[in-house]
Design a protein around this ligand. Sequence first.
Ligand SMILES: C[S@@+](CC[C@H](N)C(=O)[O-])C[C@H]1O[C@@H](n2cnc3c(N)ncnc32)[C@H](O)[C@@H]1O
Ligand code: SF4
Length: 423
Amino acid sequence: MLKLAKQPRLGLYVHWPFCRAKCPYCDFNSHVSKEIDNAAWQSAYLKELDWILDQYQAQTPLDLTGRPKLQSIFFGGGTPSLMPPDLIGAICDRAEHLFDFSDTIEITAEANPTSVETDKLAGFWAAGINRLSLGIQSLNKDHLSFLGREHSADEALHALQIAKRLFPKVSADMIYGMPDQTITSWMSDLHRLQSEGLAHLSAYQLTIEPGTVFYTRARNGETMRVNADHMADFYSATEQAMADAGLNGYEISNYAKAGSECQHNLLYWRAEDWLAIGPGAHARFNLQSGGRWQGATRRSPGGWLDQVGSQNHGFETIEIETLQSHGEEILMMGLRLAEGVSLSRLSKSSIRLDEAWVDRFISEDWLTQKGGSLIATLEGRQRLDYILGQILDTDQIIDTGQIIDTGQNLVRQQQAPKIQTSD
Ligand SMILES: C[S@@+](CC[C@H](N)C(=O)[O-])C[C@H]1O[C@@H](n2cnc3c(N)ncnc32)[C@H](O)[C@@H]1O
Ligand code: SF4
């Protein structure tokens, strides 16, 4: 049986699925709804939190005689800044009752910088939020309009001022690569934000996702983003500007001063454990059996609410992953990080790397090995899908999965290879 040397760190994700309007580029599980029964949502979140914690405590390798330690809570969306602060407070209070909060727990909320939401920020702070991730996206009027945003650049900067006064940790989300955007204009946005002294910034390349308005427009022949070569220039310029400002690119799209990295996202990229509640949320944690629990809730807000009402949880798929697919998760997520992925951790999973391809990419300077870790270089991180496609030795894939119909949910049970590991 797999013996974990160290219990992975644990986080909690809370998905709020509502937005003021649907942005034309966004494929997140977000919906516009006129009426929201906040009392029903609160009751459902709290019920599902109890349920998922029961699953975790029953199946993790830890001797959980006490309350499990929580490193992070992340309210994502959708637009969590539309949540009533009382609802956020109720979830935080329940979590504090059920878990042992780490001394350094990060409780993040994503917020949109419209004026109405900015007025609520003090309430979020009082409710327990200690890190705000502000969706600024752009400081250019035309780009904000192209992205269909509901706020102006001035509103975004005003929200940033208020957030900095209230929260010890503030991050901004930005998007680049709009079709008529120049690197000069993008740099001007970044420099303006840097002048605010942010310790964390996420800079995402605009992606055109199936099912979005932008996707339809692109299929109809419109140019919706800069071409791949130009995007690579934007990426290099972003890395340079962030480095000049003292922010390290610790992940493909994320930059932080040392010690200000987003703890919650690190749990994902280091393939640790997280519980999740709310529609369209995903949870993953390691099991006593040596496999990994992976579940996803129903995406439809109404469907999720109904199911939690009748079954105390809204999960519609639950899989027990093999070590093979967990190994793939460790590799795929780890190579996104500047710290890379530990080779000894990889070797304890059952995936095998194709050494010839690894050597080839090392000689191309797309991969490197340092301190026992495999790391994608700046060049490598720009072609990660290709690299992963080559270095994963698919001849070694072990999948002894079987489907178990639980009567209410389909559970895919995969038999994990029994191996003994220690650190
Ligand atoms: C859950 S979303 C949004 C949170 C919040 N509702 C907002 O709009 O600011 C998280 C982030 O993903 C990024 N994002 C969403 N769709 C994107 C896309 N198609 N291309 C690039 N970035 C995207 C945006 O920067 C956004 O802030
Ligand atoms: S980008 Fe944010 S505000 Fe816009 S639809 Fe997506 S989640 Fe909602």
